[in-house]
Ligand binder design. Structure first.
Ligand SMILES: CC(C)(COP(=O)(O)OP(=O)(O)OC[C@H]1O[C@@H](n2cnc3c(N)ncnc32)[C@H](O)[C@@H]1O)[C@@H](O)C(=O)NCCC(=O)NCCS
Ligand SMILES: Nc1ncnc2c1ncn2[C@@H]1O[C@H](COP(=O)(O)OP(=O)(O)OP(=O)(O)O)[C@@H](O)[C@H]1O
Length: 201
């Protein structure tokens, strides 16, 4: 079984992923893979260099993520270009990791994909688990975590489907407006409902 963990930016996906990882469930993290595919020399790195130029790179040649983020979260067309350039490479790597885990004998794993619903990738998972927070909590946690301005944080939030709308696509929802412990309890309840015993994953 594949659990599709999703949410919005700063909604608590990492919190839930860490919890499931510590229970023994393998996690395939799209954000982490998105960092791997832009390492110097990789095909996607070269495409970004040709499209955006030196302004999105550090002097040592590595990608300046903050600079690229400032551009794409404020410009829908450039974001769509980046998505269509990066997402196929990310998907391919996720599928390869999934196949390897199943071959190793695992039978339950988690895809952690922020844009699972926006990209209509629900058919790649068996259950959709949503990390939900209200927009005011999301904005506050995002600004605190990234030290970003309200404008930058809102650009990022508005580049995604509103979390309220994502609820319609979820098989289960963790309401992460409360404490971390409360979210962990909700998660444990959902995994039990789905008959997932992480020790046998
Ligand atoms: C623009 C980049 C370099 C900014 O890097 P930065 O380190 O500041 O942010 P990070 O990668 O940690 O992403 C944080 C969150 O932003 C959101 N986010 C990232 N990319 C996108 C996007 N294209 N559209 C909407 N939201 C996005 C996600 O919720 C993600 O969890 C980076 O986000 C990126 O490479 N994005 C394109 C790849 C992508 O779509 N990743 C999302 C998972 S598939
Ligand atoms: N229940 C909670 N109470 C207080 N703070 C929280 C709670 N859940 C998460 N946070 C904090 O909110 C921020 C966002 O949470 P987290 O990093 O888990 O979100 P995320 O969905 O993984 O974000 P991203 O999409 O950016 O990777 C973090 O700083 C985290 O420590």
């Amino acid at each position: 079984m594949i659990i599709g963990l999703t949410g919005g930016i700063a909604s608590g996906k990492s919190l839930l992923a860490d919890d499931m990882r510590s229970r023994g469930l393998p996690i395939i993290d799209a954000d982490a893979i998105a960092r791997e595919v832009v390492e110097p020399g990789k095909p996607v790195y070269e495409k970004i260099k040709a499209f955006f130029g030196a302004r999105v790179f550090h002097e040592d040649g590595t990608l300046d993520r903050k600079a690229l983020g400032r551009i794409i979260f404020a410009d829908e067309e450039k974001r769509q270009w980046l998505n269509s350039t990066m997402h196929p490479a990310i998907s391919e790597e996720m599928m390869a990791k999934k196949d390897a885990l199943f071959e190793q004998g695992h039978h339950t794993l988690v895809f952690d994909i922020p844009l699972l619903i926006e990209n209509n990738r629900m058919n790649t998972v068996d259950r959709v688990l949503l990390a939900y927070v209200d927009e005011d909590v999301q904005l506050k946690r995002l600004m605190e975590r990234d030290g970003s301005s309200e404008e930058e944080a809102l650009d990022r939030i508005r580049s995604q489907m509103p979390l309220k709308e994502k609820k319609d696509y979820a098989d289960a929802i963790v309401d992460n407006n409360g404490s971390r412990d409360e979210s962990s309890e909700q998660l444990a309840y959902i995994l039990a409902e789905w008959n997932i015993d992480p020790r046998k994953s």
